[in-house]
Design a protein around this ligand. Structure first.
Ligand code: GDP
Ligand code: MG
Length: 315
């Protein structure tokens, strides 16, 4: 048997996307998948679950991303559960992709006239170092760093604590250098053939994705504590083939009566706007007309309630 007739074994494996809240983990995963499976907003702590996103690169391999909640220090039960969830995923993957927000760190250094890292970033670095995992560093949002010369000293600061296999500056928003990251990840993953069928996108059910799109619209359209006091559950997800329509009903749980008032808004205007924005997003995703009905329900202090947290797979 000559070796030249054998096709090469493709690389594949699980890559955890980890980092502080709001550094662009979900945006990066969606960009590489070319589909939005994880919701993203300008607010921190948008992601609350581990979400698998699979992309197959023909002839090269398959990357199975594990998008995670942001790692941060907090006293709140929900936030601690989310950080724990992210840290646990470190142990369950082949490779870690640590993402940092370049312009944010540069701004912090300028403000503090310091060359080190912000405490919140050091917190993530230390958690990584403790676990002794193989990691690649993705220095994100370089589209917002005007002076590209600032990137070199920044990368030096970032690589002082941990030994990264590779460092890739990139932008998840513009796509700059994204293919370089893909290349680097594929190189580092084991040669073990495909783990999932080529058309596999995520392990999350349609019901979960629908609830997440609704939560994204709420997070975008509300302020202060309200985005963090909301949990969304899809009760009905019915494909009405006669009418070629997806029928969805969602319950929006809030913690207080006042939050219910805010969500519904004057003459129901806000909930209507949320429903409309969610419907448009769902129609794009499912490629089908959607009818969506929402109900707002008060569930006092759900974010401190272990039973509720596990029902939503937050804890
Ligand atoms: N300018 C810029 N914004 C980005 C980039 N990547 C993510 N963002 C924005 O950063 C915010 C947080 O992104 P998200 O993916 O939700 O962050 P996550 O909490 O780490 O998952 C969103 O407003 C994104 O649009 C980037 O490369 N450049
Ligand atoms: Mg996220």
């Amino acid at each position: 048997m000559s070796e030249s007739t054998e096709s090469p074994v493709l690389s594949s494996g699980f890559v955890a996307l980890i980092g502080q809240p709001n550094v662009g983990k979900s945006t990066l995963m969606n960009a590489i998948l070319e589909v939005k499976v994880a919701i993203t907003t300008a607010k921190p702590q948008t992601t609350r679950n581990r979400i698998l996103g699979v992309q197959t690169f023909a002839g090269k391999g398959q990357i199975c991303f594990v998008d995670t909640p942001g790692i941060h220090r907090s006293k709140k039960r929900l936030n601690r559960a989310l950080t724990d969830k992210a840290l646990r995923s470190l142990q369950e993957v082949d490779l870690v992709c640590h993402i940092v927000d370049a312009p944010k760190i540069v701004a912090w250094q300028k403000k503090n006239r310091a060359a080190g890292l912000p405490p919140a970033e050091r917190f993530v670095m230390e958690r990584l170092a403790e676990r002794d995992v193989e990691a690649v560093l993705a220095v994100n949002k370089i589209d917002l760093v005007e002076d590209k010369l600032k990137l070199l000293p920044l990368i030096e600061n970032l690589t002082e604590t941990n030994d990264y296999l590779d460092v890739v500056p990139l932008s998840a928003l513009t796509g700059e250098n994204q293919s370089k990251l893909v290349e680097v990840l594929l190189e580092r993953l084991p040669e073990q053939g495909m783990l999932f069928p080529e058309e596999m996108l995520t392990d999350r059910a349609e019901r979960f994705l629908a609830a997440e799109f609704v939560r994204e619209k709420i997070m975008e359209q509300t302020q202060r504590e309200v985005p963090y006091s909301v949990a969304v559950e899809v009760e009905t997800f019915r494909d009405n083939e006669d009418r070629d329509l997806l029928e969805i009903s969602a319950v929006i749980h809030v913690e207080r009566e006042s939050q219910k008032g805010i969500l519904i808004g004057k003459k129901g205007r806000r909930i209507k706007a949320i429903g409309k924005a969610a419907r448009e997003e769902l129609e794009t995703f499912f490629g089908k007309q959607v009818y969506i009905e929402t109900t707002v329900r008060v569930e006092p202090r759900w974010s401190e309630n272990p039973r509720f947290l596990s029902r939503f797979d937050y804890e």
